[in-house]
Design a protein around this ligand. Structure first.
Ligand code: PLP
Length: 396
């Protein structure tokens, strides 16, 4: 969504839109205003030039947010904010039951998280140890990597292959003796996916090589996949010991601010993970929102279609500029911009287009660009056209 310049500064001010703000803006200008906010420790971003609106395509969010049914559910929960989530209606146990019903499994096959980051973090805590490390990809979603580093447990990062896909063979080779293997499918930031058969083979071979190793399959972008060879690994996790699937309401469901994620697996595996769950880790709002979202599958279908259309448009624009995109199955692109990501990021930010951070080891050539609305991406495309000079086939 476009955020107006006025709205931008109101957000910086924490929602404040008072006469003091207006007076400071009028007297000393926006930069002085932002400098003051920064001096106060507020989370201020650099000011945009006059007349420039912000397009935030940096965090793989659903730019439209949740559907009407979810918004109504959230609004209806204000009177219950005095209750803990186990005392509200619906309660957190109702959400776990609704997720279980969604997959036709039992509530003991499900554990909730404050976003799926809580699941990822707790999996590292539950399944790695000083002698049993983490095997993950590079680049991939960094949460497990950063947690294992903090715990000082062993870490093996397996570089993605030449097509920017998780290198299945190398990850299998690295798995014997590992506590946890993190398999992000589709993989953030490279956006590539592995089909159901490849995932099942991977699980079988890791389990053969290292039966005690837990495999965490993170399907945060599941709802955006259009590749027909792909299928969720939830049935595999229910059928196989030591396999967990992590999911989130933060992406296609448009509820990143609600902080609801979950894991599905066999009861004994989920029990080991749930030992690390923070008590009361989900809010009354998040629980009601997630239940309403599960009851509105049409909204997800519409979001998938919308994203697919805008994704194709954006890929075409970038490829016309000579910037190859990996085979994206998410709501983001990993693009060979043939220059440091920072250069593109800074140039775009000056025009109000906010794209993703650095993703080593490809930060000198690749950028991650999330998919916004069609309107946003058309505006972003104009900025990309100005910043990313087209190259002829001969100079590629
Ligand atoms: C692959 C992947 N997993 C998990 C998450 C965490 O999402 P959340 O904690 O909002 O559920 C993200 C967020 O960007 C992600 O990209």
């Amino acid at each position: 969504m476009l955020r107006t310049r006025r709205g931008f500064f109101d957000v910086l001010a924490g929602g404040r839109s008072d006469t003091g703000t207006a007076a400071l803006l009028a007297a000393r200008g926006h930069e002085a205003y932002v400098a003051e906010l920064q001096a106060r420790g507020a989370n201020a971003r650099p000011p945009l030039p006059p007349g420039v609106n912000e397009i935030r395509i940096s965090s793989n969010e659903n730019p439209l947010g949740p559907g009407r049914k979810v918004l109504d559910a959230i609004t209806g929960k204000f009177p219950e904010t005095g209750r803990y989530p186990f005392n509200s209606t619906p309660a957190d146990s109702h959400l776990a039951a609704a997720i279980a019903a969604h997959y036709k499994v039992k509530p003991e096959n499900v554990v909730l998280g404050a976003g799926s980051q809580e699941i990822l973090k707790n999996a590292v805590r539950a399944f790695t140890a000083p002698g049993r490390g983490l095997v993950t990809a590079s680049p991939t979603f960094e949460n497990p990597t950063s947690i294992v580093k903090r715990l000082n447990h062993p870490l093996t990062e397996v570089r993605v292959d030449s097509a920017f896909r998780l290198d299945v063979e190398a990850m299998i080779t690295a798995s014997p003796g590992a506590g946890l293997v993190f398999f992000n499918n589709p993989n953030n930031p490279t956006a590539t996916v592995h089909g159901a058969k490849a995932v099942a083979d991977f699980v079988e071979r890791v389990r053969k090589a290292s039966p005690e190793t837990v495999i965490l399959i993170d399907e945060a972008y599941h709802d955006y996949v259009t590749d027909p060879s792909y299928a969720s690994a939830v049935p595999l996790a229910i059928a196989t010991p030591n396999v967990i699937v992590a999911r989130t309401f933060s992406k296609a469901y448009g509820m990143a601010g609600m902080r609801i994620g979950y894991a599905v697996g066999r009861a004994e595996t989920i029990k080991r993970l749930a030992r690390f769950k923070m008590p009361y880790n989900v809010s009354v709002f998040g629980v009601a929102a997630a239940i309403a979202a599960l009851e509105d599958p049409a909204h997800i279908e519409a979001e998938r279609q919308r994203n697919t259309e805008v994704r194709s448009f954006t890929v075409k624009v970038l490829e016309e500029l000579g910037c190859a995109c990996t085979a994206s199955q998410g709501n983001f692109l990993f693009v060979n911009i043939r220059r440091p990501a920072k250069d593109l990021r800074d140039a775009c930010a000056k025009q109000g287009v906010m794209i993703g951070r650095d993703f080593p080891p490809f930060e000198r050539t690749h950028a991650r660009i999330s998919i916004g609305t069609m309107d946003e991406m058309k505006k972003a495309a104009d900025v990309f056209r100005g910043v990313l000079k087209p190259v002829t086939t001969a100079s590629r």
